[in-house]
Design a binder for this molecule. Structure first.
Ligand SMILES: CSC[C@H]1O[C@H](OP(=O)(O)O)[C@H](O)[C@@H]1O
Length: 358
């Protein structure tokens, strides 16, 4: 299956070449494919904050390359470049607060920096670390796709109707996708009849990004309003809800795009299985439960406007862009280290002791 998945890789959101980070500007998709060239940590941090690039794994990978850009600039400037680099670490770390991969990637870069900082030429090693973070995410996607397909195959007859939320594909990761990687793999295995995609208000990652990715693959996709998801679970024979994650706490609680929690409640009510797909770099064992995960709130304009046109009345707005799904509503968490069914703190701790499967 791995070769078929590799052959199916098409879209990529991140391109590192000639000491520049090129990011596919996801604000303009699906109608325009434009790229933003980032030559500094500040530019990468702004690209993350403004959602040129989004998706927890893609954010982590971009931040790693942003740190490489910063180290090159600080090292070239001379003096105490390590002290100066702390400002760049901080700038990248504060670009978005919820996704765990961002902090995991910056920690990986800091650990490598500590090992190479006294070399005459430490920059090559830092670049290699960022590229390793990128490639390992791509590999994790392939492993999770295979594990997720095996899970779906074990539970129901095929073909099946699946439902997903937000975007967890090539645009959100370093490669094939997390939840969307499982969905793509299941399609390649002839196990999918249709994929229902929530439009995912207010930023429309579903209607603009996931629908575009799936249609590009020739996968039968039906777009729906977020509010229609429960009705679809009730009437359209959905067997699995398959979603990604931005941060997973030590007890298996999952922070993901706003609307995920209500999907899980409705899935439980309708007997639909609920799968979360995320690499272990999304799991933050320092957070005891989902109550400890910071939830990003974004500008009111993202709710009050559509394509720059005002669509809402002039009232107070509350715009949290993530919510937390408790572990007891989740049937399985699929990672590159393996699958945790009916997650709890003990099972998550056991998972994190495992090595990667591939
Ligand atoms: C591969 S998981 C991507 C994850 O990120 C999305 O959030 P955003 O588009 O705001 O970065 C969403 O929560 C997805 O599940």
């Amino acid at each position: 299956m791995r070769d078929r998945l590799l052959a199916a890789e098409k879209v990529k959101a991140i391109d590192w070449r000639d000491n520049t980070l090129y990011l596919l500007d996801q604000r303009n998709l699906p109608f325009e494919e434009t790229w933003v060239a980032c030559d500094s940590a500040a530019r990468v941090a702004e690209a993350i904050r403004s959602m040129v690039v989004r998706g927890a794994p893609a954010i982590g990978i971009s931040a790693a390359y942003g740190l490489v850009l910063a180290a090159r600039a600080r090292f070239a400037a001379g003096g105490d470049w390590l002290a100066a680099l702390e400002a760049d670490f901080a700038l990248l770390a504060e670009s978005r607060p919820t996704g765990g991969n961002l902090f995991w990637a910056l920690n990986r870069m800091r650990e490598r920096l500590d090992r190479v900082k006294d070399l005459a030429e430490p920059l090559t090693a830092l670049e290699a670390e960022a590229m390793s973070i990128h490639e390992s995410d791509r590999e994790a996607n392939l492993t999770m796709a295979q594990l997720g397909v095996d899970l779906i195959r074990r539970h129901q007859g095929n073909p099946q109707a699946l439902l997903t939320h937000c975007n967890t594909g090539a645009l959100a990761t370093g490669g094939f996708g997390t939840a969307l990687g499982v969905i793509r793999a299941a399609w390649l295995e002839g196990m999918v009849e249709r994929v229902h995609v929530d439009e995912t208000r207010p930023w429309l990652q579903g209607s603009r990004l996931t629908a575009w990715e799936l249609a590009s693959d020739g996968i039968p996709v039906t777009l729906n309003a977020d509010a229609a998801a429960a009705h679809i679970m009730k009437t359209k024979g959905v067997t699995w809800v398959v979603v990604g994650a931005d941060r997973i706490a030590a007890n298996g609680d999952v922070a993901n795009k706003i609307g995920t929690y209500q999907l899980a409640v409705n899935a439980m009510h309708h007997g639909v299985r609920f799968m979360v797909v995320a690499s272990s770099s999304t799991i933050d064992m320092n957070l005891a439960s989902g109550d400890d995960i910071p939830i990003e709130e974004r500008d009111a304009a993202e709710l009050l406007e559509l394509a720059g046109k005002r669509v809402g009345a002039d009232v107070e707005v509350f715009n949290p862009v993530f919510d937390v799904t408790p572990a007891d509503l989740i049937d399985a968490i699929v990672t590159e280290k393996g699958v945790v069914e009916r997650p709890d703190a003990a099972k998550m701790a056991q998972l994190m002791c495992r090595k990667r499967l591939h």
